[in-house]
Design a protein around this ligand. Structure first.
Ligand code: ADP
Ligand code: MG
Length: 711
């Protein structure tokens, strides 16, 4: 039997850090550096320096004021310095005995008692000084710096770092950039005379090279997936005069806003092409994305194809279902077409009926949750897939929906409908792989820099205007200790016949705690508001119960709804005029914005109360404070998204993409716009003229992770 090689602790830790290949090790750049190359004289040192000195111990004693500590005085011939240790072992005390000559490294503080260092590191004086700065890497438990340093240097020596940039492409970059090997060698072991500032702010030519490399890899992979998609084939769907699209427009109880018309045209243009659409429809909460989706669905159905609409929660899916049924079913009926509904909580019998409708094509529109992408769901002819709140779905789920167009059975439009619009004879050829058109919707607008980088493979349509007649929501920050006032506000709203949301935060670590919190709030409010129906909604309730609570609230019988964040998306109750968010400091900015979007949907004045915990106010932290302040100051989803990006970095926006795609490690979208522009221009050129270099470059940087970038 072959012996299984035991994987050592540090090896495991390396794997945990994602450092599998030599190139991964080589790209694991130091967090910072320590200068151990020089010994300085105390006389020449400056306040705040991290300095290395060699000195002799002249005193060593334990003192008790202000608290127990080992106090050591050393003298390097130019000046003296006091070393303080608040915790220490007897062995250390021994090594620090009077007369010992030591090499000491620590941060120098000046004071009227002279130089001091708190908990410096030390070892016996003498010994060779290193010739380069000492790198300090980010690491995990069980992986000592020394081991990691060796592993990184090994990886650096072995890795293939041959240049993948086409000749001549870096010449235009200012500041100039270095070669890759040169840059990496330098960053792992910089010469001691480097201006440390240029390493810290990453303006050094070695850093510039890495950022250029990284941005190029990202642009290449995005462009590649875009091109792959463009080689696929989709049914060309066009609206006919007098068709469903026009009928729906005529039936709507309101005129479209200019923005809705514009994005509708953008989408219609895509649908008319025989290349799969890959478009994101972004628009602030309440901007009216659903009707745009319905109009797209009408085009697809008119052309004889099926449309699927997937939403992340059952409540949201049901809302869509109701609305779409209301709008579309009257138009479908004369054609013998139906709307089907698929969720996880459906009874088997109902579900089977729905599945049959979907398979036969009688269900022209299929609305549901994740259930829509399950194995058993067979579409007859899926032509358009719409995903609401797209960032809440995983990459795999989006891929699965796209794969739902049945590739084996050559789907074709229903007979007798559509006509010319349904043709799938395309310039991409009869044999080309088929995909449905894909429309993703999101209320979290993607800031421009992110759109240019992470979403470069996506076409974006933006609804930048709210339907008329909305009154802005007034946002107030109120300390938790003033709950009574909030209850009084609720009372007043309810007395006017209005409805109120009260949202409790999700406590990540403990669903149970989460529930206790919501339950307690529910009880307290029920007690404080006698005669008022106060409901409770949380994520662990059985779907039927959730549905019952929701329909009481949407029906207006229930005045106050206490819930965990399950109502975060999509709920549309225009009569709701007050939103209270408890422990607002625990929510992300985009989340708060989405929640706030649940009110202010009618014409009357609405308010959002952000309750923060006053006891913790001092510790609420800079970012939380900045978040809450931003909420009070602006109601513009784009502005909020921009600030969120500033405060939290891009992770928040990438949603599921994050799991597969590495965030930019080296480049910073806020400051490296020149490099981003350069990479954007270079990527198409490189794919055309240097495809194998492009391939090599992407593989080096993204390894096996490209697949995820395509979803
Ligand atoms: P979201 O973009 O957040 O999904 P919805 O599609 O739910 O927004 O629309 C919010 C509300 O605005 C709905 O009640 C919808 O019927 C209504 N609405 C949409 N478009 C218009 C419009 N052009 N004029 C008036 N009301 C509209
Ligand atoms: Mg919506």
């Amino acid at each position: 039997m072959p012996e299984t090689k035991a994987v050592s602790g540090p090896q495991k830790a390396l794997a945990k850090l994602g450092l599998a290949r030599d190139i991964d090790l080589a790209l694991h750049l130091p967090l910072r550096y320590e200068d151990e190359t020089r010994v300085v004289q105390l006389r020449d040192a400056r306040e705040g320096d991290t300095a290395q000195i060699e000195a002799t111990v002249t005193a060593c004693e334990i003192v008790y004021r202000p608290r127990r500590q080992l106090m050591v005085r050393v003298d390097d011939g130019s000046d003296t310095c006091v070393l303080r240790f608040f915790s220490f072992y007897p062995s250390q005390q021994k090594a620090l005995a009077v007369g010992a000559r030591l090499r000491i490294r620590g941060e120098l503080k000046g004071g009227f008692l002279g130089w001091q260092m708190v908990h410096p590191s030390f070892k016996p004086a003498g010994g060779e000084l290193p010739s380069a700065l000492t790198p300090v890497y980010s690491t995990v438990a069980g992986l000592p710096q020394a081991y990691l340093r060796k592993a990184v240097l090994g990886g650096l020596a072995r890795a293939d770092l041959s240049d993948t940039f086409p000749p001549g492409v870096t010449e235009t970059l200012r500041p100039a950039v270095w070669g890759l090997r040169e840059a990496l060698s330098f960053l792992h072991q910089p010469a001691p005379d480097v201006a440390l500032g240029t390493l810290e702010d990453r303006s050094h030519p070695a850093w510039q090279r890495l950022k250029a490399e990284e941005l190029l890899a990202q642009q290449l992979s995005q462009l590649q997936s875009k091109r792959e998609r463009e080689a696929l084939c989709a049914p060309a769907l066009t609206a006919r005069p007098g068709g469903l699209h026009e009928q729906l427009l005529a039936a709507l109880p309101f005129p479209l806003t200019a923005a809705q018309r514009r994005v509708g045209e953008e989408i219609a243009r895509d649908l008319g092409r025989s290349v799969p659409m890959h478009r994101l429809l972004q628009g602030d909460v309440g901007s009216g994305k659903t009707v745009v989706a319905a109009l797209a669905a009408a085009i697809a159905v008119e052309a004889g194809w099926q449309c699927a609409l997937m939403a992340p929660t059952e409540i949201l899916a049901e809302q869509h279902f109701r609305k779409l049924i209301g709008w579309l079913e009257p138009l479908f009926a004369p054609k013998g077409l139906r709307v089907a509904w698929l969720t996880g909580s459906q009874k088997k019998k109902e579900r089977n009926e729905m599945l049959a409708l979907v398979a036969s094509g009688e269900a022209a529109l299929v609305v549901g949750t994740h259930a829509v992408i399950q194995e058993q769901v067979q579409f007859r002819s899926l032509g358009l897939a719409i995903i609401d709140e797209q960032h809440r779905f995983g990459v795999e789920q989006r891929l699965a929906l796209r794969a739902k167009m049945n590739r084996d059975s050559e789907p074709s439009p229903r007979r007798g409908s559509g006509g010319e619009g349904a043709s799938t004879e395309t310039s991409n050829g009869v044999g080309a792989q088929r995909e449905p058109h894909l429309l993703m919707m999101s209320a979290t607008p993607i800031p421009r820099t992110l759109a240019m980088s992470y979403y470069a493979d996506l076409d974006v349509s933006t609804i930048d205007e709210l339907p008329p007649g909305r009154t802005p929501v007034v946002t107030k920050l109120i300390a938790d200790s003033r709950r009574d006032e909030v209850t009084a506000r609720i009372q007043a709203q309810v007395a006017q016949g209005r409805q109120v949301y009260w949202v409790c935060p999700l406590i990540e670590e403990s669903e149970a705690l989460d529930l206790t919190n919501a339950t307690a709030t529910h009880e307290a409010l029920s007690a404080a508001l006698p005669g008022v129906m106060v409901g409770l909604l949380h994520s662990r309730m059985p779907p039927a119960e959730k549905k019952a609570v929701m329909s009481l609230f949407t029906g207006g019988q229930m005045a106050v709804l206490v819930s965990t964040t399950v109502i975060e998306v999509g709920v549309d109750v225009p009569n709701a005029s007050l939103m209270v968010i408890e422990h607002a400091e625990r929510f992300g900015l985009s989340q708060l914005h989405q929640l706030r979007g649940r009110v202010g949907r009618g014409a009357s004045a609405s308010a959002c109360v952000l309750l923060y915990s006053a006891g913790e106010a001092g510790r609420v932290g800079e970012t939380a404070r900045a978040r809450l302040k931003a909420m009070v100051e602006t109601a513009d989803g784009f502005e909020i998204a921009r600030r969120d990006l500033e405060i939290r970095g891009p992770g928040e926006f990438l949603g599921a993409r994050q799991s597969g795609a590495p965030l930019l490690r080296f480049a910073d979208l806020a400051t490296d716009t020149a490099l981003l522009d350069w990479a954007r221009k270079l990527a198409p050129l490189m794919l055309d003229r240097y495809p194998s270099l492009a391939q090599k470059h992407v593989a080096r940087w993204l390894g096996g992770r490209q697949e995820f970038l395509k979803a």
